[in-house]
Design a protein around this ligand. Structure first.
Ligand code: VGL
Ligand code: ZN
Length: 208
């Protein structure tokens, strides 16, 4: 059983959004091809879904500017611009993403006191989402992961998948992903590779 995880392909991370990733919308046509022709049995997607007073927002920390380093619940935390607020258009999936075939949507980042880059659990690893349980119930053996942003939510989702689904072959789909910081992306790919995550392109998947 093969599964695809589309990470945070939302307006907020695309040009015109509140936390835009350069070229973020370029992942949409690639994701659509994977959804249609990637041979997946199960398609899942995550959605960054913050309350308006989320503690990762610089606006909640007097004197901090977006992209400063700060603290959240005693942990170092990037201070983000307000983004992906629940129910706002910023939090919607990109309008061109073909969402009809998505079997399971995992919203995350709802607890104002902790950030949740990974679609599987909060950054402090205390609370799990339902995604790992869902994928286990589907008896998946392969999981391909792509989306936004490579150096944050895609990377942490892939590392948690590797950790929490030990019998599943996990791969990162590079051309269906974009990141915030070029150095961060290169480091993220090195880290994923070193932890046993395969690095593939959509071409290789679509050729199979
Ligand atoms: C993300 C920063 C803050 C992401 C989410 O989806 O990569 N990055 N919230
Ligand atoms: Zn966020």
């Amino acid at each position: 059983m093969k599964a695809l995880l589309l990470v945070d392909i939302q307006n907020g991370f695309c040009p015109g959004g509140n936390l835009p990733v350069a070229d973020g919308d370029a992942v949409v046509p690639v994701a659509n091809r994977l959804i249609r022709d990637g041979g997946y049995d199960v398609i899942t997607a995550s959605q960054d879904w913050h309350p308006a007073d989320h503690g990762s927002f610089a606006s909640q920390h007097p004197g901090r500017k977006p992209f400063d380093m700060g603290e959240l619940s005693g942990q170092p935390q990037v201070m983000w611009p307000d983004h992906c607020v629940q129910g706002s258009s910023d939090a919607e999936f990109h309008p061109d993403l073909e969402t009809d075939e998505i079997d399971y949507i995992q919203q995350k980042g709802e607890n104002p006191a902790v950030d949740s880059y990974s679609a599987f659990r909060d950054n402090d690893q205390a609370a799990l989402t339902g995604l790992a349980g869902y994928l286990k119930a589907q008896q998946i053996t392969e999981l391909d992961i792509c989306g936004l942003a490579t150096d944050y939510c895609v990377k942490f989702s892939a590392l948690d998948a590797r950790d929490m689904l030990p019998d599943v072959k996990v791969r990162f789909v590079s051309d269906a992903s974009r990141g915030i910081d070029p150095k961060g992306v290169a480091d993220a790919i090195d880290e994923m590779r070193s932890k046993g995550i395969g690095i593939v392109t959509s071409k290789e998947i679509l050729a199979d």
